[in-house]
Design a protein around this ligand. Structure first.
Ligand code: THU
Length: 153
């Protein structure tokens, strides 16, 4: 029970951090802003926002940007949880949307890299831009039977 409360607070803090990061989304093509915040095993947070470009297809998701930043800090194996939030970019930059943003397939694979490196499953907190819809998943449920670095040992 107490663990549930800690878990909920951690999720809320990660969603807050992800929302702050989403303000930095560079998404002039989709006009859909996303922020992601990784919780590391020492309690620190590493965030990222989606980063599009004129090719459209080569755009980088917020989760991938955050994971690359964690890797650059030498902390890819230390990810314990992630918070993700996003929505349509409205006037003044506010995000709108009622549906939780769940990681795309490629991001699930890249999250699996961090999970297997660290020898743990990762908690995935997803939220809608309006803050009303929240979901909590385990990465292994979002990408079951994953292929990862463990398979190459
Ligand atoms: N996007 C993310 O950053 N993360 C997700 O989990 C879903 C989608 C981005 C990619 C693109 O810049 C925009 O949202 C619309 O797909």
């Amino acid at each position: 029970m107490a663990e549930d409360a800690v878990e909920r607070v951690a999720g809320a803090i990660l969603i807050e951090a992800a929302l702050a990061a989403a303000a930095r989304a560079y998404a002039p093509y989709s006009r859909f802003g996303v922020g992601a915040a990784l919780l590391l095993d020492d309690g620190s947070i590493v965030a990222g926002a989606n980063f599009e470009n004129a090719s459209y297809g080569l755009s980088l998701c917020a989760e991938t940007v955050a994971l690359a930043a964690a890797n650059t800090a030498g902390r890819l194996a230390d990810v314990v949880a992630i918070g993700i939030v996003g929505g349509a970019i409205g006037p003044g930059g506010t995000l709108t949307g009622e549906e939780p943003v769940r990681p795309c397939g490629r991001c699930r694979q890249i999250l699996t890299e961090a999970a297997q490196l660290g020898g743990r499953d990762i908690v995935v907190h997803c939220a809608s831009a309006d803050g009303r819809a929240k979901e909590r998943h385990m990465l292994s449920d979002l990408l079951p039977f994953a292929f990862g670095p463990d398979d190459l040992r």
